[in-house]
Design a protein around this ligand. Structure first.
Ligand code: SF4
Length: 354
């Protein structure tokens, strides 16, 4: 039996209305899985071809695990004085890119830590050499907003100038990674050394203003409250309006609780799928909603029935693997899971947003 409140919200969604944060909360609390799936699919199918989904093979190159931010949910970082630290040189970075190319991959994401010796010009030089070597054969997501912020601060370079420096080095994309939960209460509890939410959006605004592309991300399943999750979505939606729709996609994945200080229990696939649906319905101004094979493996493809229209086939990412993620290179099997859900997977161009 659908409660009258949920029933009227559902009718509004079916008629194309934008829902409020309070309505998103009511849906999350009272709507059943089947209704959320139906509503998210209705919204998705207004923007994308029904029964198809796009995907891309990609690798995340973790160029360094040195980080001074000390987020308690992180299983990847090492402090500069600890054993086991590394910083890849140019040839080692290229070897990782070549490994992706051997898999037929086209998209490379760079993700490391807040390394206290790497200045923005070091990144610009690395990226410039990478572009010279690989040309336009591959697309690169060069750093996350969070790493960009730290590097700019360390280099005493304002964000707008930093974005221009990277642009001149050939950078096209800085992803919205490192966002986790964009709520200052959450940030104070778990990663007080990383950034404030206002500062995060200041940096992302500068990135977009410089003509670079960027994306939205979210990680759920720590100890965040529903209010904190909703704050994250509300901030994103409002930011997206303020930049004229500059963020091309939203990717949500789940926290992995192994080998870190925070620990905990992994979020169920059901809760992940329900949140994907809420995100698709609420984020009316973000066209592409992506489901995370990296953290939920084949089960992530169920997300195509909960509003997602795109996914990655990852070949490596040490950050999540250190926290317990497992990556399969049996891509045929992963793609078969999409078909089982009723969606034909279509390989997309790396330069088109997913
Ligand atoms: S999540 Fe990122 S910023 Fe935080 S400790 Fe890990 S590597 Fe550093």
């Amino acid at each position: 039996m659908i409660s009258p409140t949920v029933g009227s919200i559902a009718d509004r969604i079916r008629s194309g209305a934008v829902i409020s944060t309070e309505e998103a909360e009511a849906l999350w609390t009272h709507a059943g899985d089947q209704l959320l799936s139906e509503l998210a699919t209705t919204v998705r199918d207004r923007l994308h071809q029904p029964q198809t989904a796009t995907y891309i093979k990609m690798a995340i190159v973790n160029y360094t695990n040195v980080c001074v931010a000390k987020c308690d949910y992180c299983s990847f970082y090492r402090l500069p004085h600890q054993s086991g630290t590394y910083l890849l040189d140019f040839d080692q970075v290229c070897a990782k890119i070549d490994a992706l190319v051997a898999f037929g991959g086209k998209l490379v994401g760079f993700n490391g830590g807040f390394h206290p010796q790497l200045r923005l010009h070091d990144y610009a030089e690395l990226f410039s050499r990478i572009h010279a070597r690989y040309g336009d054969d591959l697309a690169f997501y060069e750093m996350t907003v969070a790493e960009f912020m730290f590097s700019c601060k360390l280099s005493k370079i304002p964000y707008d100038e930093g974005a221009q420096i990277l642009r001149q080095a050939g950078t096209r994309w800085i992803t919205g990674g490192g966002a986790e939960i964009l709520d200052d209460g959450f940030r104070r509890r778990h990663s007080p050394g990383k950034y404030t939410v206002a500062d995060y959006f200041l940096a992302q605004r500068a990135i977009l203003a410089a003509g670079l592309g960027s994306t939205a991300t979210m990680v759920i399943g720590f100890d965040e409250t529903l209010a904190e999750r909703l704050n994250h979505l509300a901030s994103l939606r409002s930011f997206q309006d303020s930049v004229g729709g500059g963020l091309t996609s939203f990717l949500c994945w789940t926290y992995k609780p192994w080998n870190n200080v925070l620990g905990g229990t992994e979020l169920s696939i059901t809760e992940y799928l329900r949140w994907l649906a809420i995100s698709r319905i609420y984020l009316h101004n973000i066209r592409h909603i992506r489901t995370s094979v990296l953290t939920k493996n084949e089960a992530a493809l169920q997300g195509l029935r909960y509003g997602a229209n795109d996914f990655d086939l990852p070949t490596e990412d040490e950050v999540t693997q250190m926290a317990g993620a497992t990556i399969s290179h049996d891509f045929t099997q992963v793609l078969a899971a999409a078909r089982t859900e009723g969606y034909e997977p279509i390989l997309r161009d790396a330069f088109q947003p997913g």
